[in-house]
Ligand binder design. Structure first.
Ligand SMILES: [Zn+2]
Length: 127
């Protein structure tokens, strides 16, 4: 009689279309949420994020996987980077960026007669 594989319990946020936690791979794979993407600098850079949780027979932490890719700099160099961070680090990053954005907006308001507000586009960006 064949052994019965334990059922996989997917978190509510797991997109089972991209999840790799299967009975055939009980450890070492992961639950994944549908990725969210933000396009920066007029679409030259994409930042993607999704929830990630290693699948194991023991409890594992829910993390956030960040992926950055695109073209940057005056010579349009290809950049790629990936990291996995904790939800607390996501909060730290969001607070830092929110603070920088507030300072940038305040600086823009003080220098309203100058063109200091980033436009979100860089010259030469092809769409
Ligand atoms: Zn899953």
């Amino acid at each position: 009689m064949a052994a019965v594989e334990p059922a996989i319990v997917h978190p509510d946020w797991c997109d089972q279309g991209i999840c790799t936690a299967t009975p055939a791979a009980p450890n070492g794979e992961a639950h994944r949420s549908e990725p969210a993407t933000v396009a920066l600098t007029g679409g030259a850079i994409d930042v993607r994020a999704h929830l990630y949780q290693a699948h194991a027979a023991w409890p594992t932490a829910v993390l956030v996987k960040l992926e950055l890719s695109g073209l940057i700099g005056p010579n349009w160099q290809l950049v790629n980077g990936t990291t996995t961070i904790t939800p607390g680090e996501v909060t730290d990053l969001a607070e830092m960026l929110t603070g920088l954005a507030a300072s940038g907006r305040a600086g823009h308001a003080r220098g309203a007669n100058r063109s200091t507000e980033p436009t979100g586009r860089q010259a030469g960006v092809a769409r």
